[in-house]
Design a protein around this ligand. Structure first.
Ligand SMILES: Cc1cc2nc3c(=O)[nH]c(=O)nc-3n(C[C@H](O)[C@H](O)[C@H](O)COP(=O)(O)OP(=O)(O)OC[C@H]3O[C@@H](n4cnc5c(N)ncnc54)[C@H](O)[C@@H]3O)c2cc1C
Length: 389
């Protein structure tokens, strides 16, 4: 590609779900956009996600919940326009439950359901009999009750990102993979004017950094300012995902399931198996875990799942499972980072957990911010200026 003559309205660095949503929203508004991805599209955290689209698990802050809920609405709107299959959306609903006993989370779960209802999020309280009727193969402990979040879907993220890339190109945008951004171009006033890649410069009055968990390193490398690496307010939090082979009819599930007492979560996978994760087994691995540590954590996860689904073969499936460790980018207060980099004109940063849920909403709001020069109200609380760093 000849980049020496290329100018754009906006350059998006990073071709994960966030970068592609931002670019898509800008292209839909007639902007000339380039997405520049260092490796392959959807090869970072977006490739290693549980991909549950929800506001159900976000109840600490109303602003953060609403940003997640607007992501859910945005998917339903995309499904209406393009069809669920084309965007990789699977509507199924979530069941989250707890039961009386030592580790009971029932009181918190009731409180959560009340809060979600007060915020008009679609949830219903369900009894043990109703839980069993909806998921006949799951063993619910005595006295289990919980919530049914009927609108929550899950997403086949690679399918969705491919869809976005296709749309970006259809709308006149460019998507370049295998193209690491090496440096930010900055003029004498400190305004970002573009990026340098291996074969030249690409210019634009606005650059969006959507580089996921690598954001502190990327900012350091692109600006040469070492302070970003040490102080950018984000932690990397690894998570283990186990994909099972296709399960028997007696272990089939139809909803996204979350046992609030054990923190095991599972959902149907795209090829007849199950996708499993849990907070406990996330604590048993780290980014550098070797095969033995991963297999040991996966064994524990398969055993915990077998306690929920007795017809599931549990650890006996270990050798037929595939394992992934994904790295969550978690801003220091757990919320999102969406906004201009203070003191760097022309540079907008998006770095967040739950980016699968919020991707289309954040894409839309970022496009509004870049075009109007005003940060839209729903993302005002998520600016970088809330941190001292
Ligand atoms: C185990 C796990 C479970 C999760 N479950 C959920 C869930 O159920 N629901 C939910 O909503 N979210 C979930 N998430 C979070 C969600 O997956 C992420 O928030 C989302 O994928 C982040 O997308 P991103 O585009 O910001 O980052 P990424 O997908 O990491 O994309 C960033 C891209 O930037 C590129 N890049 C980096 N440096 C450069 C450079 N110099 N030049 C060019 N490109 C560069 C990288 O190659 C990468 O492709 C989960 C995450 C994990 C790890």
């Amino acid at each position: 590609m000849d980049t020496t003559t290329q100018n754009f309205d906006v350059i998006v660095v990073g071709g994960g779900i966030i970068g592609c949503n931002v670019a898509h929203a800008l292209c839909e508004r007639g902007q000339k956009v380039a997405v520049i991805e260092a490796a392959s599209l959807c090869s970072g955290t977006s490739a290693n996600s549980f991909s549950w689209i929800n506001g159900t698990s976000k109840v600490n802050s109303e602003a953060y919940h609403r940003l997640n809920a607007s992501g859910l609405h945005a998917y339903h709107e995309l499904a209406r326009r393009f069809g669920e299959q084309r965007i990789g959306l699977y509507r199924c609903g979530t069941l989250e439950w707890s039961s009386p006993g030592e580790h009971s989370q029932l009181a918190d779960l009731r409180h959560k359901a009340e809060r979600l209802k007060a915020w008009d999020y679609p949830v219903a309280w369900v009894t043990q009999a109703e839980l069993s009727a909806m998921e006949p193969h799951v063993v619910f402990r005595e006295g289990a009750e919980g919530l049914f979040a009927l609108a929550d879907p899950w997403l086949d993220v690679p399918v969705f990102v491919s869809f976005l890339a296709e749309r970006i190109r259809e709308l006149g945008g460019q998507v370049w993979d295998d193209t690491p951004v090496e440096e930010l171009l900055v003029d004498d006033d400190g305004t970002v004017t573009g990026v340098r890649i291996a074969n030249g410069e690409v210019t634009a009055p606005q650059v969006v950094l959507a580089t996921g968990p690598n954001t502190p390193d990327v900012l350091t490398e692109l600006t040469g300012y070492e302070g970003f690496r040490a102080r950018f307010p984000m932690i990397r939090s690894p998570g283990l995902l186990v994909t099972t082979p296709p399960v028997t009819d007696r272990a089939l599930i139809t909803h996204i399931l979350y046992d609030a007492d054990t923190h095991v979560h599972l959902r149907p996978g795209s090829s007849g198996g199950l996708l499993l994760g849990s907070d406990e087994t996330d604590g048993l691995i780290d980014e550098d875990s070797g095969v033995d540590a991963i297999r040991s954590a996966a064994t524990r996860l398969l055993e915990m799942t077998q306690q929920m689904l007795t017809s599931f073969s549990g650890a006996a499936l270990l050798d037929e499972c595939s394992f992934r460790i994904g790295i969550r980018a978690v801003p220091a207060d757990g919320d999102s980072i969406v906004g201009p980099l203070p003191s760097a004109e022309g540079l907008f940063v998006v770095c967040t957990h739950s980016g699968v849920t919020m991707g289309p909403a954040i894409g839309d709001l970022t496009a509004q911010a870049l075009l109007s020069g005003q940060v839209p109200e729903p993302i005002v609380p998520f600016g970088l200026e809330r941190f001292q760093f």
